[in-house]
Design a protein around this ligand. Sequence first.
Ligand code: FAD
Length: 430
Amino acid sequence: MAEFEPAVNPDDPGDIIKAETLVVGGGIAGMTTAIETAEVGKHVILLEKAPSIGGRVATSNQYFPKLCPPTCGIEINLKRMRVNPFIRVLTLATVDKVTGTPGNYEVTITLHPRYVNSRCTACGECEKVCEIERDNDFNYGLNKTKAIYLPHLMAYPQRYVVDPAFASDERMKKCVEACEYNAIDLDMQPRTITAKVGGIVWATGWKPYDATRIDNLGFGKYKNVVTNVIMERLAAQSGPTEGKITRPSDAAEIKKIGFVQCAGSRDENHLPYCSAVCCLASMKQATYVRERYPEAEIHLFYIDVRSPGRMEDFYVKQQGDDKFFFHRGKVGKITENPTNQNVILHAENTLTGEVTEMEVDMAVLATGMVPNTVDDPPPLDTPLDEYGFIAPDSQGVIGAGVANRPVDVAASVQDATGAALKALNMGARS
Ligand SMILES: Cc1cc2nc3c(=O)[nH]c(=O)nc-3n(C[C@H](O)[C@H](O)[C@H](O)COP(=O)(O)OP(=O)(O)OC[C@H]3O[C@@H](n4cnc5c(N)ncnc54)[C@H](O)[C@@H]3O)c2cc1C
């Protein structure tokens, strides 16, 4: 695959590109696979469908166990990527078709228009004059961005993007005029290119389980019921409330909060499996509450707490907080107190059968992770397990991170490193 050459024009990768490995999905798993491949001097294409790489980790406020902000981990990876000429990143890109066999794949890729070229300096002048607003998907629709926007503060590339729904809107012309670098081109069209690669790693990650499907838990019905992914954004400085965790109904401060574990998980009607990270994610989010509200009561309802391996230390540490109460109990129903919009958690102790009710200011549903491969399966009849994760015995396309199974960041990174080697082996054997 020595014919790989870095693109001379950053806006034009060429019609045919070659590399040892193609990695699909630019989350922490995909980034790691790409970096590990490139750092042994092999060429790699990292393909991401969103306007920026970073995946779900970029949406976190902090990540356990060290509680560092995502800027730490992602920035380190971005530094490694920026200096490495063996990595080519394609954003707003999707795979249409794959043919061939391990060692010799031909991949048809669509590059979707960004409507902003590499002359963009992310100065933000276009955004200031833009009159159109859209839901901010990075913040799960909790606030708005302009129709031309920077995906998020750590976005890579650091380049604006136009929401395609508004590219032909007459009002966008104001943005074009405001750009002194001539970086906005509303006539950009989709383009098809071909990649010739030896191995393919599929690292397309996850989406949160749709909590509106869990009728009994009131998400979408009661304002003060949120999900764990929303909680991450409420706690983040770059989020819709600039890091202030308040009740969605009236922006009141939190005095008593409930975390509802296994919301739809380990449940035959929703996700039968355990998502492995939710208990730790809730305990982590409890630290966000504690930081802002030293006197608040925190109540966590669980079937059983899962904190494998060294993560037990994190659990034990949280148990030391004398206002953090762990309750064995499956929350079967959430209702609302209409006088104050508090929510009432109706739980049943899974050992004794005792039924309890607790009124809290706000409830956080710990919903699980659904692999994106369910809606968008990998090519070449890659085998999936009964829940849609890539099966461990897949012989062609290699899975990494949550595309394989529900895992945390550390396990995603380990998985991704192994996938880098497997993909190179595949190419070498052909
Ligand atoms: C509430 C919550 C909190 C969490 N907190 C922590 C924590 O504190 N610490 C921790 O270790 N773990 C945490 N996790 C787990 C962590 O989010 C995952 O381990 C991590 O996101 C896995 O990374 P990934 O790259 O496999 O997937 P993702 O982060 O989902 O990245 C996948 C990427 O692939 C892209 N993609 C998807 N489909 C396609 C396609 N067809 N073509 C091209 N690109 C595509 C996506 O746009 C995305 O960029 C948490 C999980 C939850 C639910």
